[in-house]
Write a protein that binds this ligand. Structure first.
Ligand SMILES: NC(=O)c1ccc[n+]([C@@H]2O[C@H](COP(=O)([O-])OP(=O)(O)OC[C@H]3O[C@@H](n4cnc5c(N)ncnc54)[C@H](O)[C@@H]3O)[C@@H](O)[C@H]2O)c1
Ligand SMILES: N[C@@H](CCO)C(=O)O
Ligand code: NA
Length: 828
């Protein structure tokens, strides 16, 4: 079976490239191969220029012809040698002499007929085909070259357009094969002849068309069009950086897309292969490893998901909408015919038409540069109707663009347009007109030109990004935030591959600088980028950057600060539809009315707020409590050691090191709050007690919790954490005393928090426990939390483990991000 390849001018640009083309052809294991080539790059233009110069009586056509000759001679000398080179050069010489004669005739006549011109121009293909065929033969493979003017017969079918005569061409082709039965044939693209054997060309995009016609004539297995891109993109990659190469396209889809200027194939090119179901594959000759895009009949076994229905997005700019409106149009046959005959008379090209079934208005888009003429002509044509009020207006809306969504299976899939319009709505884009034909290959939307690229990106991302693509903004890249960024860096690829979760950090802000990106920060160098490419931090701008981004369907702000003012914004963020995740306790332990307002908003919306790491760091405390409550269990009491710092301190304060030394160790290990006094004062534990109490339905304020502070009164007013740490050793003796008293009684010191749900109270205190009590058995920064409930009454449900530290806390925050992804539809 035949396999057909086509190589355009760029592929044939230099002798080295022609050699690569030869290698590609030789590596195809098909039985028989037919290779269609264009002229070397720029040669066709050079040839047209020769004709132009000659007919305008410009002598320099002689020099220009010499340049063409030199170019091919140099290429041939590079590529070929021996007899092959000699016979190519002798042919080139003789061709150039006939061209010289022909051009001189044109020069004298001052005019070139179309067939004269076609004869001259076609030489580019004749030479490139011969060079390639010699290059292939050089490696020992039998190869002939074909002047397609001998076989391909076409007839004109319109201005600058021809139709192939398949019957006649097939007859001539069979005859040609019987004379030259080679396995590899290199044929000239672009050129053909008329039934009367007059040389002609296939006009625009001619070589692709040649490949398709010949592919159809030989009933090829496949036609491969080699070019310099990896295939057909889902959208213009200059406008949409997320654009992807499509692996398959149906003929109709390719057709639609080429209309919208996607650099695919001329629609005519597809017709010849379409009738025989021959696939066309677009491939990159400069990147052979890319599989390319296959254009073929719609595969029957396509899976039915919404995203796969839409193949590509395209835009057309510089359009104007014309809106003809009036009550006199309804039920009056002939109005639209009158409108469009006016449009035809001024020679304007109608890009889309839309009329609602009420028939009171009809609108259509034309190129902006044609609209003045259209409008003027319409006013003249409908002067009477306008004067009589049968038409109320002929209105022009300038500055419009079209966004077209292409996909064959939109026709049979409900919900596609909903998805499109939802994406546009979320990006706050106003739609001016809509058109969708019954074929439903394409939905066309007219928008303001300045919205067009934003619309394109928003729509593209809705269909092409994973549904669980999350744009992430990290606030506070300190210990926890920084560790989280590193964990994301290490895990992102795995999540994308295995769970279709695409996490993109599009912003990081500290208190002095921030780093923003529209599509995602390279996490392997976030620290460096934050140092080098950051701008001054501004939380309002940071949040605007998140909410203005319309590439990503879902956004989350992760607050890794301990800041009260950052926490005070959650309400606004949730209101904007941005999800919030945090290990910061300030919002949930702040003023009760604010907390309740936040929870009410969040429960009523579909925006999520997760804060597992606020209690027990990565330990599943909040989720366990929620599980109990949501399944109808009743909380009686929650009691435990909630401070990783204080747990570490009392687990390690055993008489070997001073109290202040152990505190410094806890700080060093990353267990403490940014200011360790928040831990030692019991405030941090009190906040956790409040968070759990409120989660259990108690309406307590932080000030309702009696707290035993471990911060010596004299140090409460230290101006900084450092000063506090420096002065702490002067209290070591007091601590040593307390410890030995407990030890003498066979007890240990433990700092505990209690939620007493029965009496609606909470408390935080330093207690002494017998050495065999479970609270006395802890080590490291362990937290232990005991839930006593109606179901867990005799034996409490206990969660225990490290409850502070960078890795476990960041892991807890990360877990919340995945919980969010899963609420948004990620696989579990
Ligand atoms: N360390 C732990 O084990 C642990 C455990 C659970 C929860 N947490 C919580 O995690 C949060 C972070 O703790 P950390 O140890 O990483 O603190 P950290 O001081 O190391 O980091 C906080 C970061 O936030 C930045 N920041 C402060 N205010 C800011 C603002 N207004 N805007 C932007 N950035 C701001 C700081 O510059 C710093 O980089 C705290 O809320 C803490 O309670 C910590
Ligand atoms: N500083 C806190 C961090 C965990 O919230 C602690 O020590 O428990
Ligand atoms: Na937790």
């Amino acid at each position: 079976m035949w396999s057909v390849h086509k190589f355009g001018g760029t592929c044939m640009g230099t002798p080295q490239r022609i050699q690569s083309v030869a290698d590609i052809v030789l590596s195809d294991s098909s039985e028989r191969k037919l290779v269609i080539v264009s002229a070397m790059s720029k040669v066709t233009d050079m040839m047209y220029n020769l004709v132009h110069k000659a007919q305008s009586r410009d002598d320099s056509y002689m020099i220009a012809l010499e340049e063409v000759f030199e170019k091919h001679m140099a290429a041939a000398k590079d590529l070929l040698d021996g007899e092959d080179l000699a016979s190519f050069l002798s042919q080139l010489h003789s061709d150039v002499s006939s061209l010289r004669a022909m051009l001189s005739a044109i020069y004298i006549a001052g005019h070139a007929t179309e067939s004269f011109s076609d004869f001259v121009v076609g030489h580019g293909e004749l030479w490139s085909a011969q060079m390639l065929s010699y290059a292939i033969k050089k490696s020992g493979a039998p190869c002939s070259w074909m002047d397609t003017r001998e076989v391909l017969v076409v007839k004109p079918s319109g201005p600058n357009q021809v139709d192939p005569d398949y019957l006649e061409s097939e007859k001539r082709l069979q005859k040609w094969f019987s004379r030259q039965p080679a396995e590899i044939i290199v044929a000239t693209g672009f050129i053909a002849s008329t039934a009367e054997n007059i040389p002609t060309t296939l006009k625009r995009d001619g070589s692709d068309f040649s490949a398709a016609i010949i592919g159809s004539l030989v009933r090829a297995r496949q036609v491969t069009i080699w070019t310099d891109v990896d295939g057909v993109f889902s959208a213009d990659p200059r406008k949409v950086s997320e654009a992807v190469i499509l692996s398959t396209l149906s003929y109709q889809e390719a057709w639609e897309m080429s209309y919208f200027g996607a650099n695919v194939l001329h629609p005519r090119t597809i017709i010849p292969v379409m009738k025989d179901n021959i696939p066309i594959v677009i491939r990159n000759m400069f990147n052979i490893s890319a599989p390319g895009t296959m254009i073929c009949r719609q595969p029957a076994n396509d899976n039915g998901d919404l995203d796969a229905c839409v193949k590509s997005f395209a835009t057309i700019d510089n359009l104007a909408l014309v809106n003809v409106e009036g009550t006199g149009m309804a039920g009056v046959p002939g109005t639209s015919s009158a409108i469009f005959s006016v449009v035809k008379d001024v020679g304007a090209n109608v890009i889309m038409i839309s009329q609602a079934s009420s028939e009171h208005s009809i609108c259509f888009a034309v190129p902006e540069k044609e609209v003045a003429a259209v409008s003027a002509a319409l006013h003249v044509r409908f002067r009477e109707a306008l004067a009589a009020g049968r038409l109320s207006k002929v209105e022009v809306i300038n500055g419009c663009s079209i966004l077209a969504v292409v996909g064959l299976r939109m026709a049979s899939t409900p919900g596609v347009s909903a998805m499109l319009f939802d994406a546009l709505a979320k990006a706050n884009i106003n739609v001016r007109a809509i058109a969708q034909g019954c074929s439903e290959y394409n939905i066309t939307v007219v928008l303001k030109q300045e919205d067009c690229v934003r619309a394109l990106r928003a729509a593209h991302s809705r269909f092409f990004l994973s549904k669980t693509t999350l744009a992430v903004g990290i606030i506070g890249p300190g210990l926890i935030g920084g560790t989280l960024l590193n964990q994301l860096k290490d895990q992102a690829a795995v999540l994308k591959e295995n769970m279709n979760i695409d996490l993109r950090v599009i912003g990081i802000t500290g208190s002095s600088t921030m780093l923003l990106s529209d599509t995602g920060i390279d996490l392997t160098q976030w620290k460096e980028l934050l140092r080098k490419e950051a701008e001054p931090a501004d939380l309002a701008n940071f949040v605007r950057h998140m909410s203005d981004n319309h590439v990503f369907p879902n956004k989350v702000l992760v607050d890794c600060t301990a800041d009260t003012s950052v926490a005070s914004h959650y309400y606004d963020w949730l209101k904007k539809g941005i999800h919030v995740i945090t290990p910061n306790k300030k919002a949930n332990s702040g003023p009760l009315d604010r907390y309740l307002k936040l929870r009410t908003l969040q429960r009523a919306s579909y925006t999520h707020y997760f804060y597992e790491a606020t209690v027990g760091a990565g330990l599943p405390i909040i989720s366990t409590l929620r599980g109990l409550l949501e399944t109808g269990d009743k909380i009686l009491r929650i009691e435990g050691i909630f401070s990783g710092t204080l747990s570490y301190i009392f687990n390690n304060f055993e008489g070997t090191r001073t109290f202040s030394n152990v505190v410094a160790e806890a700080k060093e290990a990353g267990y403490t709050e940014p200011d360790p006094r928040d831990d030692l004062s019991g405030t941090d534990v009190a906040r956790k007690v409040i968070i759990l109490a409120r989660e259990s339905g108690l309406t307590l304020e932080l000030s309702d919790i009696p707290v035993k502070s471990l911060v010596p009164e004299a140090l409460a007013s230290c101006s900084s954490a450092d000063e506090f740490m420096q002065k702490l050793p002067s209290f070591d003796e007091d601590w040593a005393k307390q410890r030995s008293e407990a030890e003498a009684a066979g007890e240990v010191l433990r700092y505990v928090g209690v939620v007493d749900a029965v009496n609606q109270k909470g408390q935080v205190e330093l207690r002494r426990y017998k050495r065999d009590h479970p609270f006395a058995q802890l080590s490291g920064s362990d937290n232990i939390i005991a839930f006593t409930t109606s179901r867990y009454k005799e034996q409490p449900l206990i969660v225990r483990g490290p409850g502070a530290g960078a890795e476990v806390t960041a892991g807890g925050v990360f877990c919340d991000m995945l919980r969010l992804a899963s609420s948004l539809g990620a696989p579990s």
